[in-house]
Write a protein that binds this ligand. Structure first.
Ligand code: FAD
Length: 406
């Protein structure tokens, strides 16, 4: 890797990869086939502080920012994106808390999240509201000091194994997009139940679930940010979380290549190793170049974000203010465009690399006993979740047009 990382970042990257090779690789095939999540691995991941990577040290985190998180996600996804997904999904749920929680809310939730005691899931998508997040119909109507939540979410990653759910709800349906708010709901809250488990193409070990809310009472003190701010919180969360999906995609692409090159070296046809054919070598060169370009984009964006983010976190802790307030003081810069570019390019690269790796391996590449087809199935979702790649293109285009109308 060409990027310049600190010693701590290098060590996070190495530890995450070694763990994935030693503990996840031997079971990834069985977990994928059985569509089962290995809870013993989750417990080990918790002990390794993987859920506190981007959280401040004062709450028991590592204080590593988006870059350290992306490095761990990349290295674990090289082995299995489905089993390692809770690191990314918990971060996706934690970022809105980090950005918008008050000092009291941070003290209440972040220590348990950092230690892995409470895994966070992110629930925005509904059966009738995907790309068009503003059209959600799950309602949260105020009743004294509580909201009464009714509705359903679907496609919630790590749904079954999480403890805290960041849910997007309409607190004022008459206001449409400006009536959306964000609430935190604990797993055992009466009225909150798991619905059906989704059957998926890839990341099959990860338990993706439907969530149902029926007269579910959630304290008003569990709301993040002001009422009606939900869509702002959503967009800013994605600005900081999409490099994580992009890192996952880079890891998947690298993992596919890691399995393919040794096979090509060992496979003999026409009296020589397949890897020695120039046409094959050129294809490998193209794929490796795209992976490196995607990686460069991911870490350039992550490191640039961290420069402001880490300083703002220090200020927020010192001043006991919400992080968003401190970020605004330091810089008006948003990362929507760059973050979307990283996800778009890395996820398209992952899918292209993984499916070309199947071509390169031939028939064995198509077989489920050989790991390459799994990388292709796992790559697909990186082009869909946290906004499909068409939506990423819409956001990049909107940013460009805005830049040129200044
Ligand atoms: C495995 C998996 C895990 C997921 N995990 C989570 C999770 O943890 N939490 C969560 O909240 N959600 C999750 N999602 C949901 C995911 O974010 C949505 O599926 C995604 O945003 C697309 O929404 P949709 O499926 O409703 O597609 P739709 O919005 O119905 O879109 C269908 C197609 O139309 C395109 N389209 C829609 N609008 C436009 C437009 N304006 N311009 C151009 N093209 C457009 C889309 O790009 C897509 O190709 C997950 C999804 C999957 C598959």
């Amino acid at each position: 890797m060409i990027q310049d990382f600190t010693e701590e970042q290098k060590s996070i990257s190495e530890i995450a990869y070694e763990f994935a090779v030693k503990k996840i690789k031997p079971i990834r095939h069985a977990c994928d086939e059985k569509e089962e999540y290995p809870l013993e691995i989750l417990n080990e991941m918790k002990k390794m502080d993987l859920f506190g990577l981007c959280l401040p040290e004062v709450y028991g985190g590592i204080g590593g920012g988006i870059t350290s998180l992306a490095l761990a996600i990349e290295q674990m996804s090289r082995i299995c994106a489905g089993i390692s997904l809770p690191v990314a999904t918990s971060a996706l749920g934690t970022i809105p808390i980090l950005l918008y929680a008050t000092d009291e809310q941070r003290a209440k939730w972040l220590p348990d999240i950092a230690s892995g005691k409470k895994l966070v899931a992110f629930a925005l998508t509904e059966p009738e509201a995907g790309s068009d997040a503003a059209s959600i119909t799950t309602t949260a109507i105020k009743d004294g000091d509580n909201y009464i939540v009714n509705g359903s979410k679907h496609f919630c990653s790590s749904g079954k194994i999480s403890d805290l759910y960041v849910i997007f709800v309409s607190t004022n349906p008459a206001k449409g997009a400006r009536g959306i708010s964000v609430l935190l709901v604990g797993k055992d809250t009466p009225g909150f139940t798991m619905g059906k488990k989704e059957k998926k193409l890839g990341i099959k070990a990860n338990p993706t679930y439907e969530l149902n809310f029926e007269n579910c009472k959630v304290p008003v003190s569990n709301r993040l940010g002001p009422e009606g701010f939900g869509l702002f919180i959503l967009q800013e969360t994605f600005d900081y979380s999409r490099p994580g999906v992009a890192a996952q995609a880079v890891g998947i692409a690298q993992g596919a290549l890691d399995e393919t090159i040794p096979y090509l070296k060992g496979r003999q046809q026409f009296g020589q190793s397949i890897a020695s054919f120039q046409g094959i070598g050129h294809k490998l060169a193209e794929l490796a170049t795209k992976i490196e370009a995607a990686r460069a984009l991911v870490y350039t964006v992550s490191k640039a974000m961290d420069k402001v983010l880490l300083e703002a976190i220090d200020h927020a802790i010192k001043n006991k203010t919400p992080l968003k307030q401190e970020l605004k003081k330091l810089s008006k810069r948003r990362w929507t465009k760059e973050s979307a570019m990283a996800k778009l390019f890395a996820s398209d690269t992952a899918f292209e690399v993984a499916q070309e790796c199947i071509n390169l391996c031939g028939g064995i590449g198509y077989m489920r006993d050989f790991p390459v087809e799994k990388f292709m199935r796992d790559a697909k979702v990186t082009q869909i979740y946290e906004g499909s790649n068409y939506i990423q293109k819409n956001e990049i285009a909107a940013s460009l047009i805005k830049e040129y109308t200044k």
